[in-house]
Design a protein around this ligand. Structure first.
Ligand code: BES
Ligand code: MN
Ligand code: ZN
Length: 512
């Protein structure tokens, strides 16, 4: 998608579609709306607003209205997307609206779109939201569709003219923001592709290869370890989970190291992602319904990979490492058993009471490994528990970790990026449910507080390092089309991690 900024009257724009994000008062009070919107309404002799109102369009935050102009203005269609109340405006509402706009534009086969930016306080956030909303909203996963070629070959929105609000001049920062937002959205769409890909064609080897191709493309260091390497590293929990599958496991580390030697000496930021390319549950086999979506159990690693792709271009003045242990969780003659005791890299022993609690086992070894770099902060993203979906639903990640500063930093990053998370406690009251008679601990507790016991398990492997665990089982997938989301993979986490690195970079610059 090709974006460009224009400082001109949008009502005169020649486009397939002219988009106006509108507040709920724009149509009724007609005080603050962009002049171009009033001009279009005037040229249609008031039909735009009248029809919108007759159709029940009130500018609410989830509404979209498509209007055929019949040549009354140069644009063939006008699309109004609601932002809700001005007082409750956030950039995320505009991102969602831009997503609905591009979906509606695609439905009417538009290629050329003009959008009028609304008058809002922080224009930078609005620019970023529109670019991201358009790119993310236009995403489709149609790799395996061979029929319905019309749908697949339908025109895609490829030119977007962004009209700045009345009286605002174009600045260089606008172009930089645009480029950054585009990188973020494209990396997120790439992460979505990795997650949407069926497990048969997104095996641990293929996932590691995808990471390698990306690393070469953007100039990151990458190290990929095979089963032998994982054995050498004594990652007994990772190996235990990997055993049941004929697919070879992969240990992957991507690194951004600043060229500046002083910057390279700074304590690194470390990310870890869960990378179970298929979670059948193992011998504690999942029922069919629960297994259906389990190709997405590597969404944590996809998020981390998407973020690294952008971070490589941002070149922050501190090292950033990303780790994941990719494998399949399968039942077989060689699978790890219930009652087995696995010896972790840290030396702690774990009695297996449920082979479906596999994520924490792999993550435990990988977190311990990442922690050997003595990171300033350690953040993991994992589709870890169904319990977290029960607690917070399909759109909000659970955030676990005792470090208040790190929680605050990630939570602010998520808010600015437009991703939702909510803090949950790593409560010691529950520690006894992981007590084992024969080993240091069990891998699974009981149903109550399942997301909490999972985080208690992970905590055993991170020592005193400031650590935050994001359980993304809910928001990694959307159950329906919504704003810039499709049904399926969302790429949740890419935007938050990128924002986290941005903010940390800015904090460093401000401090010096
Ligand atoms: N990958 C699942 C968690 C999950 C469930 C993610 C549904 C997305 C949607 C994880 O490996 C798992 O199976 N967790 C178990 C843990 C239990 C056995 C202690 C769960 O949540 O039921
Ligand atoms: Mn599982
Ligand atoms: Zn899993």
């Amino acid at each position: 998608m090709n974006f460009s900024f224009v400082a001109a009257d949008a009502s005169k724009a020649k486009a397939d579609v002219l988009v106006f994000p509108v507040f709920d008062t724009d149509l009724t009070e007609k005080k603050n709306p962009p002049k171009a919107l009033l001009a279009v309404d005037k040229r249609t002799k008031g039909l735009l607003f009248k029809t919108a109102q007759a159709e029940g369009f009130k500018g609410k935050a989830d509404q979209t209205f498509v209007f055929l102009t019949h040549g009354k203005v140069p644009a063939a269609r006008v699309i109004l997307v609601g932002l809700g109340a001005r007082a409750k405006f956030t950039a995320e509402l505009l991102r969602l609206a831009a997503g609905r706009a591009v979906k509606a534009a695609t439905r009417v086969k538009a290629k050329n779109v003009t959008i009028q930016l609304p008058v809002v306080r922080e224009l930078e956030h609005a620019v970023k939201a529109v670019v991201e909303g358009f790119e993310l909203g236009a995403y489709r996963y149609d790799r395996w569709k061979t029929q319905n070629k019309d749908e697949k070959n339908a025109p895609k929105v490829d030119k977007v003219h962004v009209h700045l609000p009345d009286g605002v001049k174009k600045e260089k920062t606008h172009d930089e923001l645009l480029a950054h937002a585009k990188l973020i959205a494209q990396a997120t769409n790439w992460a979505r592709d990795l997650v949407n890909e069926p497990a048969g064609t997104m095996t641990p080897t293929i996932l590691a290869d995808a990471a390698k191709t990306m690393a070469k493309e953007v100039g990151l260091n990458i190290a990929i370890g095979d089963r032998k390497k994982i054995e050498e590293l004594k990652m007994g929990m990772f190996l235990g989970v990997s055993r049941g599958s004929i697919e070879e496991p992969r240990l992957v580390q991507l690194s951004w190291i600043p060229r500046d030697t002083e910057a390279a000496k700074r304590q690194p930021v470390c990310f870890v992602g869960k990378a179970i390319t298929f979670d059948s549950g193992g011998l504690s086999l999942k029922p069919s319904d629960g297994m259906l979506d389990m190709k997405t159990d590597m969404a944590g690693s996809a998020a981390v990979l998407g973020a690294m792709k952008v971070i490589a271009r941002m070149q922050p003045p501190f090292p950033v490492h990303a780790f994941f242990g990719a494998c399949e969780n399968m039942p077989s003659h060689n699978a790890y058993r219930l009652g087995d005791v696995l010896v972790s890299r840290l030396g702690k022993t774990v009695e297996i009471t449920n082979t479906d609690a596999e994520g924490r086992l792999v993550l435990g070894d990988i977190l311990a490994y990442a922690n050997e770099l003595k990171p300033a902060v350690l953040i993991d993203l994992a589709t870890l528990t169904g319990a977290c979906i029960i607690a917070l639903g399909n759109y909000i990640a659970g955030a676990f970790g005792a470090d208040d500063q790190l929680f605050y930093d990630v939570s602010e990053s998520a808010r600015l990026a437009g991703e939702d998370l909510w803090r949950l406690p790593v409560s010691e009251h529950q520690r006894d449910v992981l007590k084992s008679e024969i080993a240091d601990m069990k891998n699974a507790g009981d149903r109550a507080g399942g997301a909490i016991s999972a985080s208690l398990f992970l905590k055993e492997f991170v020592g005193e390092t400031p650590w935050l665990h994001l359980d993304i089982a809910g928001p990694s997938q959307s159950p329906k089309e919504r704003g810039y989301l499709n049904k399926g993979a969302t790429g949740y986490g890419v935007r938050t991690l990128v924002e986290f690195v941005s903010r940390r970079t800015a904090q460093l610059h401000n401090a010096s």
